[in-house]
Design a protein around this ligand. Structure first.
Ligand SMILES: [Zn+2]
Length: 356
């Protein structure tokens, strides 16, 4: 058989050297192709049962009007328990991205309902996002969400909102957890900054889509909080006061922690980062909370906030600004795709050093 194949190639190529070359190429490429096929299979294989399990759990929460299976999710990463970390992108806009995050803490169930409902709404109303790009990751911590009972922390026992590789993490994260947090395991920041797959997932979404605005939904502290570019916070605060009045929801400046999203995205990367803390973690309240906050979501989508790095604002209009924005964008945002390689080895040091 092998001899027959060799003979055929020899006749086609007319040269023993070329034939040997083709065999060498096949030898190196075949495993890579097989890997790609396996990756595609495993991606589809993990997604379907996961979405089914999610719909089943959501039905037990009394949410019969939302289906995770109806949205075109994407995933490249998995949790410790091999659950896919899903997100969906809506709209064809190249820039002007907004990132929505839910289920960062697994025991904050209604946050997942709100994000699934928003995804469903955007899928049915593409006109809302025609010039924009909206990315929704409805369940950042599926292992905590599916645990019985659900847990704030992930399967590694880490609070994902204390694990981002912020500049102050090495100096302060463990000290603050011991002193202010009294070693409460619910707030454990992890052994290392960025140690958790779910943290790297969020960091990779930020790196890939470079959102100008982020809305992260939590519960049950009952307020709006925000972090972002310091020079623009006054106008953002005025906007937040209006939204807070209209949604009948208090506004509170909560500050940020070593390893928190507000610190990583808002403080260090100048992205307008809004945290919505729902009044309770009662899953039955999900639909009522969606009614209450959906108008604020739409206003947040339309808000013309520009969370570019401060450096891009010092040069006024024209080509020089565009060029500098591009260069600084590359330098400070690690422009490029953090997701497509499917690897989980996000460069934490680059992320930590990005604004040093
Ligand atoms: Zn939370």
């Amino acid at each position: 058989m092998f001899a027959a194949v060799c003979h055929l190639f020899l006749r086609v190529t007319g040269s023993p050297l070329k034939t040997a070359g083709i065999f060498c190429l096949c030898f190196f490429l075949a495993p890579a192709c097989a890997d790609a096929v396996r990756a595609a299979d495993s991606s589809a294989g993990e997604m379907r049962p996961f979405l089914q399990a999610l719909d089943n759990l959501n039905a037990r929460c009394g949410w019969t009007d939302v289906s995770a299976a109806g949205v075109a999710w994407e995933h490249h990463r998995t949790t410790r328990h091999r659950r896919p970390l899903i997100f969906a992108r809506f709209g064809a806009g190249a820039g002007n991205c907004i990132l929505f995050l839910g289920g960062v803490h697994g025991d904050e169930r209604p946050t997942v309902y709100l994000m699934l409902k928003l995804a469903q709404y955007l899928q049915e109303h593409p006109e809302i996002v025609k010039d924009q790009c909206i990315v929704i990751a409805p369940l950042v911590n599926p292992d905590g969400y599916f645990a019985a009972p659900p847990t704030r922390v992930n399967a590694g026992g880490v609070d994902l909102n204390r694990n981002f590789p912020t500049r102050d993490w090495n100096r302060k994260a463990h000290r603050q957890w011991r002193t202010k947090g009294h070693k409460n395991r619910r707030y454990y920041p992890g052994a290392k900054a960025g140690s958790e797959p779910e943290t790297l997932f969020q960091a990779a979404l930020i790196k890939r889509f470079q959102p100008r605005k982020i809305l992260s939904v939590h519960s049950p502290l009952n307020f709006f909080d925000y972090d972002g570019p310091s020079s623009d916070l006054d106008s953002f605060e005025q906007w937040m006061e209006t939204i807070s009045r209209e949604a009948n929801h208090p506004l509170k400046k909560f500050g940020y922690y070593p390893g928190s999203l507000g610190n990583y995205a808002g403080h260090e990367r100048n992205i307008f980062t809004l945290t919505l803390e729902l009044p309770s973690s009662d899953p039955k309240q999900g639909p009522a909370y969606f009614q209450q906050f959906f108008p604020a979501f739409l206003k947040f989508i339309r808000l013309p906030a520009d969370g570019r790095p401060l450096f891009t604002r010092v040069v006024k209009h024209g080509k020089a600004q565009a060029a500098l924005t591009k260069v600084l964008g590359r330098m400070f945002w690690n422009a490029g795709d953090g997701m497509d390689n499917g690897k989980q080895n996000f460069d934490q040091d680059a992320a930590v050093n990005a604004f040093r």
